[in-house]
Write a protein that binds this ligand. Structure first.
Ligand code: GN1
Ligand code: MG
Length: 360
């Protein structure tokens, strides 16, 4: 590993560094833990921002500063204790910006949250808490006084993701199309149905709100007793349908297998997790949700594995240029696992509808 201490020097708050080690999580940014020499001082998280994906780093960091500042203000106003563990804080570089740029890239530093953990799997109990927390997160951001930029334009736009897949298919850059034609056809069969959110938005029936847009289990910090502390990985915060946060959480949490499970028998839709998450989410979000948004929550649970299958497949056909892969057909394995999860979520639709109706 290259020596990263020279980078850290540009963030004076950190002080003397004892050790920097790589943390493995996320498919996009590179993340390191910075241990400081002073035992009483906090540790920090250093990240190199993937500037190919987040082209406008000023907008990115501005969005994050607005959101963390807004949440911090609310926590202070509510007289909460332990605020440093309940909202992320990005520290300024010498020039006052919350990032530093040199020829090696864009770097930022946030305070490491002590005595915290991330979970890769959830129980119904933690899923309920996560539902409450993400609902609360959206509710807290409902009155952000400025319009946030769409940091990745069309990020969760299903019509756009299908268009990208169609372009990949048309170009067939690396000759992988024949091998995946079946799955392309299966995806196309449901394309119209899965684009209903965009249609309803055009008809003025479905709003966009500030969402997290990457609500997986591993993007929440829990304390050692398993209570939710805060939401992390704030890069993708932007206006979106609330389905983004509801559906994407279930895409990882309600999958009984792995995101890239090679054994499709492992991939089932966990109804208990769905119920627990939906209960928590509706409890904290019903103050602002419209009847149509609530009615479409089962659609959201199907939309996200479907969209992720489309994204992984497009990347596979393009020759793996977006997601980091660990082996040659990793993106194809991911596609199949996500498509299987989509099919399972479709089967669960009647049960999901019945459960949501029972909550109302
Ligand atoms: C990416 O980097 P990570 O793992 O938080 C991606 C998400 C995908 C996810 C799939 C900016 O998130 O949208 O759902 O991989 N983030 C971006 O694992 O594209
Ligand atoms: Mg992420």
């Amino acid at each position: 590993m290259t020596d990263l201490t020279p980078i850290i020097k540009h963030f004076p708050e950190v002080g003397e560094v004892q050790e920097i080690k790589a943390l493995t999580s996320g498919l996009i940014n590179q993340t390191y833990l910075v241990k400081t020499a002073d035992e009483k001082a906090p540790n920090y998280v250093l990240q190199r921002i993937n500037n190919n994906i987040f082209c406008d780093v000023d907008m990115l960091q501005h969005n994050i500063e607005v959101v963390t500042g807004h949440i911090r203000q609310k926590l202070v106003a509510a007289n909460e204790d332990d605020i440093e563990r309940k909202v992320l804080r990005f520290i300024p570089a010498t020039d006052g910006k919350t990032y530093y740029k040199d020829e090696s890239g864009y770097w930022r530093v946030s305070v490491f949250i002590p005595e915290s953990q991330t979970l890769e799997a959830v129980t119904p109990e933690s899923s309920y808490l996560a539902g409450l927390k993400f609902g609360e997160f959206q509710a807290m951001l409902a009155d952000v006084p400025e319009q946030l930029g769409e940091i990745i334009p069309n990020f969760h736009n299903m019509e756009f993701r299908l268009q990208q897949l169609r372009e990949a298919v048309a170009e067939n850059k690396v000759g992988r199309l024949a091998e995946v034609q079946d799955i392309v056809d299966a995806i196309e069969k449901d394309a119209e149905k899965m684009c209903s959110a965009e249609r309803l938005h055009r008809e003025g029936k479905l709003p966009k709100r500030i969402c997290h847009c990457d609500t997986k289990v591993s993007n929440m910090m829990f304390d050692m007793e398993g209570k939710v502390l805060c939401v992390i990985d704030l890069d993708t915060i932007m206006p979106s349908f609330i389905f983004s946060d509801f559906g994407d959480f279930l895409r990882s949490a309600a999958n009984t297998g792995k995101e890239d499970d090679a054994d499709l028998n492992n991939v089932q839709f966990n109804m208990e997790i769905f119920k627990a998450f939906a209960k928590g989410y509706i409890e904290s979000a019903r103050v602002f949700l419209t009847p149509l948004e609530i009615e479409m929550l089962p659609y959201a649970a199907q939309l996200f594995p479907y969209m992720q299958a489309v994204r992984f497949l497009a990347d596979y056909i393009n020759g793996d240029t977006y997601y980091q892969t660990k082996y040659a057909d990793h993106n194809l394995v991911r596609t199949k696992a996500q498509y299987k999860l989509y099919q399972e979520a479709c089967k669960a639709e009647p049960a999901m509808k019945e459960y949501i109706a029972s909550l109302m």
